[in-house]
Write a protein that binds this ligand. Sequence first.
Ligand code: CIZ
Ligand code: SF4
Length: 320
Amino acid sequence: TAKQTFYTQEIKRLLVERNAALVAHYYTDPEIQALTEETGGFISDSLEMARYGRDCDAQTLIVAGVKFMGETAKILSPEKTVLMPTLEATCSLDLGCPIDQFSAFCDEHPDHTVVVYANTSAAVKARADWVVTSSIALEIVDHLDAQGKKIIWGPDRHLGAYIAKQTGADMLMWQGECIVHDEFSAKALRDMKHLHPDAAVLVHPESPASVVEMADAVGSTSQLIKASQDLPNEKFIVATDRGIFYKMQQLAPNKTFLEAPTGGNGATCKSCAHCPWMAMNGLKAIYDALNDGSGHEIHVADDLREKALIPLNRMLDFSA
Ligand code: CIZ
Ligand code: SF4
């Protein structure tokens, strides 16, 4: 439409004018990922978004994702201006893990190593010994378990249960969940597999264990994209946010990708395989952030920033 053309052109002009780069998550809408590619920006998972933000030459980062991704970018790149299309884009994991309660939980178990998922506030990261993303969580917990460490894991209980099962690590779980992945249903998936017996099932481990058990491949967004290219199947049932189809289809144009079913139907599912906060990253919001950054800029207090940087750098160094 004329409006979309206007915003796209203005965004391109402003990105150059402000020496800014778009950094987008795989779960953002297809038009946002397409614009990111067209403007020489970067699309990835939260781990690689953070690394790219830190290492790229741009003075300003527009982080199209959710708030913790903007905060992580700012913690790693304090000298850069970090803007978000909207500061309202949060995450149910972040919301479900308030610092006061999480910190009290940690205080009750002082002999435990605190490992938190990247989907948390800067304050929760500052309380942690390690930050992990889903693409590196298994390796890091395995590493800590091999040293005999007992672990506090937060906030995603499904991802935590998956990692505990895979590694055998001693893990105390915070009881949080992602509203998108938590809705995938093993029962409905079983029915769907009967209709598509040739399809491989790809599952993000934020999904319930009963769904993870049915997977042909389990992994982070980037690992699932790789599996969609590597597996010989021509058809896939995918249990993660549908934003990922943009990249899967681009890299394997002849394959067919189907959304895994949620427990409800279209009328009753809450998120219906698309994160409502990721969906806030529209063209107009990106334009607004670039045109008048006020109300879009991420700030992290210095003391929190310095403390959160330690476990974040542990992760980045571990995966370097
Ligand atoms: O579910 C999310 O928000 C994910 C998968 C984030 C990430 O690690 O890229
Ligand atoms: Fe959070 Fe889930 Fe949305 Fe990711 S998809 S940002 S984990 S609510």
